[in-house]
Each structure stands twice: as C-alpha cells, then as structure tokens.
Design a protein around this ligand. Sequence first.
Ligand code: DQA
Length: 168
Amino acid sequence: MKIAVIQGPNLNMLGMRERHIYGPMTLDQIHAQLEASASQNGIELEFFQSNLEGEIIDRIQECMGTVNGILINPAAYTHTSIAIADALKAVALPTVEVHISNIYHREEFRQKSITASASTGVITGFGPFGYHLGLIALTQIISEIHGAQAAANAQTSEEVSAEPTEQE
Ligand code: DQA
C-alpha cells in the first residue's frame, strides 16, 4: 500500500514556528516517526511539502493511479483553496485531512475548511500524533475498499463461470 503525505505552506517551519500552537517537533521528525510506524506495517509513504498552491495541486494530480490514498495537511490553504479541494475531488482517492492544532478552537477564519469537503475525514487538534491517527484511519479505509473490490470481483467471476455455455 502506498500513501502520499502532502504538507502545505509553512509546515517546513515546524519546530521554529509558533511552538505554543504547533509544538517543538520539526517536519522531518514527524515524517521520521510516521515512516517508522508505516514501514512496520508494510506501508510505503511518499513525502511532499510545498509553500505553493500550484505545486500542491500538481502533486495531488500525480497521485492518480500511483498511490492508494492521500494524507494531507493543506495548512492555510485549508481555509482558502477551492483549487486544492477540486484537485482532491478530481483524483477521488481516499483522503484524510490532518491539522496539528484544533482549528475549531482558533480564529474564526480557521474554523472553516474548504478542503474538508473533498476529504474522507478530518483529524484536528491532536498535535503531530494526528498524522498517526490519520494514517491508521486511511489504511483502514483503503483495506476496506480493497476487500469490497475483491469480493465484487469474486462475485463477478462466479457469475461468469455459472453462465451456461452454448453447448449446454
Ligand atoms: C494548520 C492550521 C492552519 O490554520 C494553519 O494555517 C497551518 C497549520 C494545523 O496543522 O493546525 O498552517 O493546518
């Protein structure tokens, strides 16, 4: 199973940036922890961070047919970017949106997520641990989808093999 981890603007500043809100961990440290738990479970992660909306959109588009799901913190674009929401809807992959802080405990302008409308679910307010929670949720959703597809394929092949041939 392959998952794209996409980090939005200013998340490269974690560890230095508003530590009273986001804590002391750097993005590299968060990614190293995620990588450790993912590899134990046979999950491959592809990390990406950009401060540019268009680059994030390009990265989301590249996910189509190359990964099974997306773990994304769109950061400030959460509250503004119809274009990122559209890109997520276009690729239609299982997606979990993560926020380190609880956006509903913060300024009013942060309390609306435009991108959440394109996500399967949102995890907000658990600090960097939210990425782990997001990964657990995402792998569960992807496994369920694979299980349902396998069952549907088995059903179809049973139906095909039960169809009478011309000789019968
Ligand atoms: C954030 C919350 C956003 O409002 C903010 O712009 C960020 C980080 C979070 O992880 O808590 O950059 O997405």
